[in-house]
Ligand binder design. Structure first.
Ligand code: ADP
Ligand code: ADP
Ligand code: MG
Length: 502
């Protein structure tokens, strides 16, 4: 069946990204929006737009009944859920299935089998895919928790079975802290996911987060599209991702890819999906969880494979077989993504809200997946992600230089952003050498690193400034505005000229 009209049940950059592919395919599009999103970019890019009303997600983008009514009213044949919101909600997928609407994602049964972390761990273990030591059932009692934690050995991690987005996770250093952590983890899980079940995993020290993108059609064909390294994280949430991983060689890539395929096949998985793994210092890998949806960082895979994953998702949902085999996939070059979030890196990445008084994403030789216009308001209601900058190079070094250049041109005023943090990482010798793991921030970053970084820049700026004053090669400095506060010096303009040599 050819899909002619799709409703995109999301907002921000991912709604925009999905709408664009639909347009390229000649598919009519339906946007939905909450009250604060009335004039947003995703609304202006759709053929039709319907109000969900409300501000909070529960009133708007999570309101299944309203969404179903709009699907019917608009005559959309299919729903693309993006990520977050209802993308991994089996009852939403089921409701659409029951109404004869195509969910551009896996079946509700596959979401049930793999979306719950304990269930997915069971599937992996039954196939002999290594998982992090821990339980495959939610903890039943405090006594059981103490016994298992002692067996596994501290530190341990308490995790919400229904968790996601880095929420519902608690590291417990020793037995003394277990009781209070259990209580806190359960109530956190209940309030975040409406499900208090928690389980235990061994806490792996300084792992890398490496994940495998797969595509699976209805005919049992599954391919893996290489890996993504997502070890630069804050609050257990990714902030910079890249492909290929600096530590994955052909052999490890094949073993990760084949493990991913085994899990997908066992669950009769259909759609794009991602299998997340932790990789320790000895390059042992452990299956972590599966995300049964498109991921935030999917563009890096698109850059090196040349595929459009949303186009593939739609073809799969239409019942098409994959049009390539594993042997046809040969990623080229290197791609990096920086998440530009409205957060303050100087204050523990606290969400920053306000009006985008100035907002000019960079252009030229890079990809920007953006969800906002200048003048828009960043509210407390939704995720802090504003846009993603994706760079490409034939080598990792080239991709890093391209990203540095692009971020130096990104102008934001009105909210704090993660741009200065990303610049700190890109300039860090450990990142440049590829020696990264999920403790990068803990190990190398303090708010004063931003300060130091800035002071270093100011010294460079002063030297260049003096030089330029005498040679008067540059006239007025362009407003650079990299810091949200707009206080950034104009040093980057000059430094760009000297950047090739780093
Ligand atoms: P990815 O795994 O694609 O890198 P993230 O973990 O950054 O994605 O999550 C993407 C978005 O989805 C974020 O807005 C996050 O808060 C949200 N999210 C992810 N999983 C869940 C979940 N189970 N429940 C609610 N929100 C989630
Ligand atoms: P979410 O559903 O929130 O994405 P994940 O299970 O994918 O949760 O874990 C998110 C991040 O938390 C990982 O990338 C990693 O940094 C950290 N993490 C998760 N489990 C462990 C573990 N057992 N040991 C150490 N770090 C972990
Ligand atoms: Mg995860």
């Amino acid at each position: 069946m050819k899909i002619k009209k799709i409703l995109v049940a999301n907002r921000g950059e991912i709604a925009v990204r999905v709408l664009r592919t639909c347009r390229e395919l000649g598919i009519r599009t339906v946007a939905v929006y909450s009250d604060p999103d009335r004039n947003s970019l995703h609304v202006s890019l759709a053929d039709e737009a319907y109000s969900l009303g409300g501000s909070k997600p529960a009133e708007s983008y999570l309101n299944q009944e309203k969404l179903l009514n709009i699907v019917k009213q608009s005559g959309a044949q299919a729903v693309h859920p993006g990520y977050g919101f209802l993308s991994e909600n089996p009852s939403f997928a089921q409701m659409l299935e029951d109404s004869g609407i195509v969910f551009i994602g896996p079946t509700s049964a596959a979401i049930r089998a793999l979306g719950d972390k304990t269930a997915a761990r069971k599937v992996a273990q039954s196939l002999g895919v290594p998982t992090v030591a821990g339980t495959t059932e939610a903890l039943r009692s405090d006594e059981e928790s103490f016994r298992i934690a002692r067996q596994i050995g501290y530190p341990i991690l308490l995790k919400a079975a229904a968790g996601g987005g880095g929420k519902g996770m608690r590291m417990v250093e020793d037995e003394q802290h277990l009781q209070s952590s259990l209580e806190a983890a359960r109530s956190e899980a209940l309030s975040a996911f409406g499900d208090s079940r928690v389980y235990i995993e061994k806490y792996i020290k300084a792992p890398r987060h490496i994940e495998v993108q797969i595509l699976a059609d209805r005919f049992g064909n599954v391919v893996y599209l290489g890996e993504r390294e997502c070890s630069i994280q804050r609050r257990h949430q990714k902030i910079i991702e890249e492909t290929p991983s600096p530590v994955v060689d052909e052999d490890l890539r094949k073993r990760l890819g084949e493990s991913a395929i085994r899990i997908a096949l066992a669950a009769h998985y259909v759609n794009a999906g991602t299998l997340e793994f932790l990789v320790d210092a000895e390059r042992n890998f452990y299956f972590l969880e599966m995300n049964t949806r498109l991921q935030v960082e999917h563009p890096v895979t698109e850059m090196v494979t040349g595929l459009d994953l949303v186009r593939e998702q739609i073809a799969i949902a239409e019942g098409e077989p994959l049009h390539f085999r594993q042997t046809d996939i040969s990623p080229r070059g290197h791609a990096i993504e920086c998440r530009i979030c409205a957060e303050d890196p100087a204050h523990d990445f606290f969400p920053s809200t306000g009006t985008l008084l100035r907002y000019k994403p960079p252009q030229g030789r890079i990809r920007v997946d953006n969800g906002y216009n200048e003048g828009d308001t960043i509210s407390v209601f939704y995720d802090s992600l504003m846009s993603k900058v994706i760079s490409y190079g034939t080598t990792r070094c080239e991709a890093i230089s391209a990203m540095k250049r692009a971020l130096s041109e990104f102008e934001v005023e009105g909210v704090e952003t993660t741009i200065p943090f990303c610049q700190f990482v890109l300039d860090h010798p450990a990142f440049q050498s590829g020696a990264i793991d999920t403790t990068f921030i803990q190990r190398y970053f303090t708010p004063s690193s931003l300060q130091l970084h800035t002071e270093e820049e100011n010294v460079v700026a002063a030297i260049f400034g003096a030089f330029l004053a005498t040679s008067s090669r540059l006239s007025s400095p362009s407003s650079n505005g990299v810091r949200a506060s707009g206080t950034k010096s104009n040093w980057k303009l000059q430094r760009r000229e000297g950047m090739q040599g780093w």
